[in-house]
Design a protein around this ligand. Structure first.
Ligand code: HEM
Length: 411
């Protein structure tokens, strides 16, 4: 062991810049502790006062149990930030991911019909055609280009924008705003930390303005369904519509983009697994995609807050305690996944939690994301079976999103 407990501070952004092997070792050490370890909250200027720190839940069993008990492990005080944030953030980011049932369930019901496997199946043709165009353009661009910009970004962005009725002229706005919202403070997107709140709220405002103009246009898309949705006799307010839209566009593009980029990196680092996949592309692709998503865990954690005193897996928690559900760490839990660091596209057993644990907040877009990743790699490996990354990926400096900003490719 080269990492000791005293070396681990999950709230220090420098921890997330450490090499993968060190982070994996640190989380293995945290999983081996008799009790969950508590960390102080990162210091940010726009948090409400009174942050009491959080427990890092790093074992698969803890994450599954917390997810199954949402009335005790609540999302309502914020799931996507460690800190309690002021009401101005709720304006743009107060959507169902940060709510508990019954309000969460009512909102989720409005959109869930658009995300069933049957509905996603209706997009299959569009997804396939778009993936084909992306590879055509990549071939024209030639080796040495950035895989993130030329491939991984394009498919999820186009598909979620099509679902919402967002025209191509707005793609850049959506892309830039989601980069800021999920930047985790990476200086490439938030140069001056003292302006972080202003930049985040500005990105929220730009997306809010976009949805207002799209709602006025009408059309056969998700925004129109949201505008006309009726929940128990109530219509969505403009604030609800805006934050719903922001959740869907942000969640719908950045996560899948990162899974696709990690996928290329994993196949580059593991040529034996590429060879196995190419032997039976159609048969092995779905398993390969699950394995990419497990190891990538593009959403590294989500937060919950205890609604009452409660004992879980032998540890007593107090009402008001915050816990971070480290999906990334649970997906490497050696008690669930044999040889957990190995990329094994034929892995059997062990349910990963990259789309969240079993509970009401399980990723709404999981079917869509899986289809997009399957179709993108099918197209890539059919036409450019030897495509690979070159050099080191440029990683996002964030604890929350396991992101890749740039990845040079060769084929
Ligand atoms: C590989 C890609 C993706 C990953 C890894 C991922 C991961 C996650 C995770 C971990 C959660 C759970 C939140 C929690 O525990 O509180 C979640 C929720 C959610 N995801 Fe995804 N996601 C992906 C793709 C997508 C896509 C394509 C969409 C499409 C719009 C989407 C929309 C959502 C929404 C709306 C929620 C909130 C659900 C709720 O609170 O009921 N995600 N996602």
């Amino acid at each position: 062991m080269t990492v000791s407990l005293a070396d681990i501070d999950l709230s220090d952004v420098a921890f997330w810049e450490r090499p993968m092997a060190e982070r994996e070792e640190a989380f293995a050490l945290l999983r081996a502790q008799p009790a969950p370890v508590r960390f102080a909250e990162p210091d940010i200027s726009f948090a409400l006062p009174g942050g009491t720190g959080y427990y890092a839940l790093v074992r698969h069993a803890d994450i599954v149990e917390a997810s199954r008990n949402p009335e005790i492990f609540s999302s309502g005080r914020g799931a996507t930030a460690i800190h309690d944030l002021g009401p101005e953030f709720g304006e743009y980011f107060g959507s169902m991911i940060n709510m508990d049932d019954p309000r969460h369930a009512r909102l989720r019901r409005i959109v869930s019909r658009a995300f069933t496997p049957r509905m996603i199946g209706r997009f299959e043709d569009d997804v396939r055609k778009e993936a084909g165009r992306i590879v055509d353009d990549l071939i024209v661009k030639g080796p040495g280009c950035d895989f993130v910009t030329e491939v991984a970004t394009k498919l999820p962005l186009k598909i979620i924008c099509d679902m919402m009725g967002i025209g191509a002229e707005h793609y850049q706005t959506v892309f830039d705003a989601s980069n800021i919202i999920l930047s985790g403070g990476d200086p490439e997107f938030i140069e001056d930390v003292s302006r972080a709140a202003e930049l985040l709220l500005g990105a929220g405002q730009r997306l809010q303005d976009l949805v207002v103009s799209l709602a006025a246009e009408g059309g056969d898309n998700l925004i129109t369904s949201l505008t006309s949705a009726n929940i128990d006799g109530e219509k969505l307010t403009m604030q609800e519509l805006g934050s719903f839209f922001i959740l869907l566009v942000v969640a719908g593009n950045e996560t899948t983009r990162n899974a696709i980029s990690h996928g290329l990196q994993l196949f580059t680092d593991n040529p034996d697994q590429r060879a196995l996949l190419l032997e039976d592309l159609e048969g092995r692709l779905p398993g390969a995609v699950e394995e990419i998503v497990r190891l990538a865990s593009p959403v590294a954690w989500m937060r919950r807050t205890l609604t009452r005193d409660h004992e879980m897996n032998g540890h007593p928690y107090r009402k008001g305690d915050k816990v971070l559900l480290y999906y990334w760490a649970a997906n490497r839990d050696e008690s669930v996944f044999a040889d957990p660091y190995r990329f094994d596209i034929r892995r059997a057993g062990g349910a990963h939690v990259a789309f969240g644990g079993p509970g009401p907040h399980f990723c709404l877009g999981a079917h869509l994301a899986r289809r997009e990743i399957v179709v993108m790699f099918r197209e890539l490996f059919t036409r450019l079976p030897q495509i690979r990354s070159i050099g080191e990926p440029v990683r996002l400096r964030s604890s929350f999103i396991n992101g890749i900003k740039r990845l040079e490719c060769d084929f």
